[in-house]
Every structure is written in C-alpha cells, then in structure tokens.
Design a protein around this ligand. Structure first.
Ligand code: PEP
Ligand code: MN
Length: 333
C-alpha cells in the first residue's frame, strides 16, 4: 500500500503517522520527492483501514500496490533513483560508461586499458577478479590479487572500480571496491543478495540468463529490503532461440524496467552478443531506448585475452563508439 501525503505537510504530523503505522507492525519506506512525500507500507496491510488513513487531513490518496516488489517499485518512489559512486552518478539523467576487460590479467594490462578507456570517456573501470566460468578448466581469475591490481589501476587513473563478487565469504575482500557486481549466474543467490543488502555499497545486479523481469525485480528487492537502496539493474541478454549470438539482448526490458521501477538500468551489449562487431550497434540502440549507462568489455589484445576476447572491443574502437553514444544522447535529450 502507498500513502501519498499532501504537499508541505508538517514534519511532526508526518512523524506521528509514520510512528502509528510502524506500531501496527508495518515497515514504512519514506520517499520525499520535490513536491510530494510517498509512504510505502511493507508488510501485511490487509487489516489496515484504508478509508481511515485516507480521511486524515495530511493524506492525499491511498493506493494498494499489488506487485510483489515494493522497495524497487516506482509507485513507492516516483522519482528516479540516482546511485552515486564518488563523483560519478548513475540514473535520473546521469549516464554512466563502464568499460574494461572481462578479467584482470596483469598490472600492465589493466593500467593500460584503464588509461585508454578513461581517455575515451569512460567513468568507471571494470575488471573481473573472481570469474564464473562455464568450464572449471578455464581461467578462473586472479582472485584477491586481481582486486589489488584493480585498485592500483584506480589509483593511477582516478576511475572508480567495479568487480564481480561470487559468494558471501568474499565480502571482506570487496570492502574497498566501489561497485559490487552480482553476475547473471548469481542473480538468485539469495543469501548473497541479503548480505549485500546489509552493506551500503552500490550493487550492479545483472539479469539472470533465463529470468523474467519480475524475478529480476524481486532479486533487487532482496537487496533493498535489507536497507541498501543503491541498486543498478543491468540487462545483459537472455537465452532464446538465437543461434548466431551468445544471447538475445532484451532491449524492451529497458523502458519496461523504467516504468516499473525507479532504479537505474544499464545495458551490457558485450555479454548480450558475444561478438565484438555486434557491440557498437547494440550499445547505440541501448542508448537510444533510454538506458542509464553501458558496461562494455574492452581489451588491448583481444585475440590473447584470457576471457571473452571475442566480444571485447579494442580501445580505439571503444573511443569511436563513445563519440557516437554521446551524439545519440544529445539527440534524444
Ligand atoms: C562479466 O561481466 O564478465 C560476466 C561474467 O557477466 P554475466 O554475469 O552477465 O555473464
Ligand atoms: Mn566477460
């Protein structure tokens, strides 16, 4: 249920109402917009007298929210959420360009790529240290050392860093990582999501390979219900009948997620297509349909990359793409 308050309600009266609702055993999520405050009620509201609440002089309207996701629901929080990472902002009109290799391979590699993508206009550096590989015989990432090297690249360039966390036990290792990525394969690792919800770290949550938008939003809910509202949704392609591409990029998810939720939505055209030459057209399409950012794999030597070389752009091609992305953003303003 949501309770929309009238404009310019006295703080004391609002607090009284919130305290009363809490005394009934309900959670109250307060979204203070520029003009209106919305109280999102979480819990069993079936015995709450809607007419009574609506009759209060500070209340404008009361509506039932039928969707199972509450914290992430746009009805609970009508304005776009903006996630901040240092000076970088994501969402609410702020476009974020995340770029870097699939995996951190060495200090030289990541620093060289970090400098190149920064010069091209990227504002966050990606680099996997713990890799969820399909085969146990493939490169599994440099682990803890990879994170340390990534931090050196941050120091060298000033770019905030993002890396994938695969399990709860690694959380202490990620204390100094700016954005924690939950990969597609872990979208429903509920124990991990709950623990991440207890931190205040920005979390980039990727859509699972075969998950619906409702399931995706429910996974975001697992994080938010614990108190962490810094969630960024990422569409990275889903499994369909497409045979020549790694996945199918579900771009219609972008406007639909924006309609359903206030959370920022970014797109990963690299994992969606699996082919470097498919990345620029899909990145441009994602920008045109309203994505709040792009996460793109860039490697200085794609044929020799230890992971995902086939879908990695060379730095010079990334730079050309950023110019086009900026032109599209200008055009759709
Ligand atoms: C990645 O970003 O390198 C990755 C493994 O992504 P996904 O979880 O989307 O497959
Ligand atoms: Mn990858």
């Amino acid at each position: 249920m949501i309770v929309v308050l009238k404009e310019n309600v006295e703080k004391e009266k609002q607090d009284q109402l919130v305290d009363w609702l809490k005394s009934l055993g309900l959670g109250v999520h307060i979204s203070a917009g520029q003009f209106q405050t919305v109280l999102g009620l979480i819990g069993d509201t079936s015995s709450l007298d809607m007419d009574l609440v609506e009759s209060l002089d500070i209340v404008d309207t009361v509506k039932r929210v039928t969707e199972t996701f509450k914290c992430g629901n746009r009805k609970f929080h009508p304005e776009d959420t903006v996630v901040s990472v240092g000076d970088v902002k994501i969402g609410g009109g702020n476009f974020c360009m995340i770029a870097g290799p699939c995996s951190v391979e060495s200090e030289e590699q990541i620093i060289s790529i970090a400098r190149d993508v920064k010069a091209a206009g990227a504002n966050v550096l990606r680099g996997g240290a713990f890799k969820p590989r399909t085969s146990p015989y493939d490169f599994q990432g440099l682990g803890h050392d990879g994170l340390e090297i990534l931090k050196i690249a941050r120091q060298e360039t000033g770019l905030p860093i993002i890396s994938e966390i695969m399990n709860v036990f690694d959380l202490p290792l990620f204390e100094d990582v700016d954005i924690l990525q939950v990969g597609a394969r872990n979208m429903q690792n509920f124990d991990l999501l709950k623990e991440l919800g207890k931190t205040n770290k920005p979390i980039l949550l990727k859509r699972g390979l075969a998950n619906t938008l409702k399931e995706f939003l429910m996974s975001a809910e697992y994080i938010m219900a614990q108190g962490n509202e810094n969630v960024i949704l990422c569409e990275r392609g889903i499994r369909t009948y497409s045979d020549y591409l790694r996945n199918t990029l579900d771009l219609s998810a972008v406007p639909m997620l924006h309609e359903l939720s206030h959370l920022p939505v970014i797109v990963d055209p690299s994992h969606a297509t699996g082919i470097a030459r498919m990345v620029p057209p899909m990145a441009k399409a994602a920008t045109a349909c309203g994505a709040d950012g792009l996460i793109i794999e860039v490697h200085n030597d794609p044929p020799h990359a230890l992971c995902d070389g086939a879908q990695s752009l060379r730095p010079e091609d990334y730079a050309k793409l950023v110019t086009k992305i900026n032109a599209i953003r200008e055009a759709i303003k």
